[in-house]
Design a protein around this ligand. Structure first.
Ligand SMILES: NC(=O)c1ccc[n+]([C@@H]2O[C@H](COP(=O)([O-])OP(=O)(O)OC[C@H]3O[C@@H](n4cnc5c(N)ncnc54)[C@H](OP(=O)(O)O)[C@@H]3O)[C@@H](O)[C@H]2O)c1
Length: 295
């Protein structure tokens, strides 16, 4: 299958590399051209526009920041839907609100193509290794078409309903994890006076029922960050997290629900972003909380 991939940021680049390693021929497009050169070196072809990318591909994967980016790629004058896309399959993997995917589905269908959404759990490491968790939404037959590609990227794909359902599930799985960064900062503030080695504290927290799955892999990296050691470039930054949390709150409101704990955590992270942490890895948020003036 000829695969096109648009949105080669942190996640997209890792996913493109994974698909190339799995034997696929890929054509790629990204708004910022400098992110394409390393992928071209790895064997990807480069398309001049999203329209050209879609015209030359049978399946087109998108991994973008937000709804505006999706609108730009699908609806722009040189966007996917500006060309003939009859019979093509779009696999939209960004984390956005369900309503964004539902509105996109109508436009894609009107153009004679099919849409499957499949936002994912897992960060750049799992993306590189094909170990993401995909939450697919779409018609049964379309998801079946997308599955061979999705299975190269994901250790598990759950088809959770029609288009929009995957987005709901993705927001739901992210919510406890996002709040956890603040919960961890608050937990650490209770044991800070003990003066224990951070690696030991994180090891203890990771071995208890209160520790999320994520700690099993990331506790050592969190300890390093708490000690002020470098862990390389960010995999998930604070701005992206705040975007996801805003989507969760808006989605809950549309369902007549409130998310008071999410809203409180978001207020802390928004403040961190305004204090220069927007592009820092979310893993730094517990340390940010500990660095706040006492009182
Ligand atoms: N990072 C993670 O651990 C993680 C895990 C699971 C899911 N996600 C989700 O995956 C998506 C991508 O995340 P990421 O970490 O890869 O972010 P990223 O590195 O910031 O990449 C975002 C991509 O979207 C493109 N983009 C943004 N605005 C655009 C616009 N207006 N027009 C065209 N392209 C635009 C960017 O292009 P440029 O290169 O030109 O900026 C880039 O290719 C997000 O929805 C995120 O919530 C992330």
């Amino acid at each position: 299958m000829q695969i096109g991939f648009a949105g080669t940021g942190r996640m997209g680049s890792a996913m493109v590399r994974r698909l190339i390693d799995s034997g696929h021929t890929l054509t790629v497009w990204n708004r910022s051209a400098e992110k394409l050169a390393p992928l071209a070196e790895a064997g990807a072809k480069i398309a001049a526009t999203p329209k050209a990318l879609a015209e030359g591909s049978e399946a087109i994967i998108t991994m973008l920041s937000n709804a505006e980016a999706i609108e730009r790629l699908f609806g722009g004058a040189d966007g996917f839907l500006a060309g003939n896309v009859k019979g093509k399959l779009f696999i939209e993997m960004s984390t956005v609100r369900p309503e964004t995917e539902v509105a996109l589905d109508a436009k894609v269908k009107a153009a004679g193509a099919a849409l499957v959404e499949c936002p994912v759990g897992g960060t750049t490491g799992p993306a590189r290794e094909g170990k993401l968790f995909g939450f697919a939404g779409g018609a049964e037959a379309d998801v079946a078409r997308a599955l061979p590609v999705l299975q190269q990227l994901c250790r598990r794909v759950e088809h959770v309903g029609k288009v929009g359902a995957g987005a709901s599930m993705k927001l739901a799985i992210n919510l406890p994890l996002m709040i956890y960064w603040q919960a961890l900062g608050e937990a650490l503030s209770l044991v800070e006076p003990l003066g224990l080695d951070q690696a030991r504290v994180m090891d203890i927290l990771a071995d208890t029922s209160g520790g999320p799955n994520m700690l099993k892999n990331r506790a050592p990296a969190i300890a390093k960050v708490l000690k002020g050691e470098d862990i390389g470039p960010p995999t998930m930054d604070v701005n992206l997290m705040c975007k996801d949390m805003r989507a969760m709150i808006a989605e809950a409101q549309s369902l007549g629900r409130q998310l008071p704990v999410t809203a409180s955590a978001l207020a802390v992270f928004d403040k961190a972003a305004t204090q220069g942490m927007g592009e820092s890895d979310a893993i730094k948020l517990p340390g940010y909380w500990l660095s706040q003036p006492k009182g």
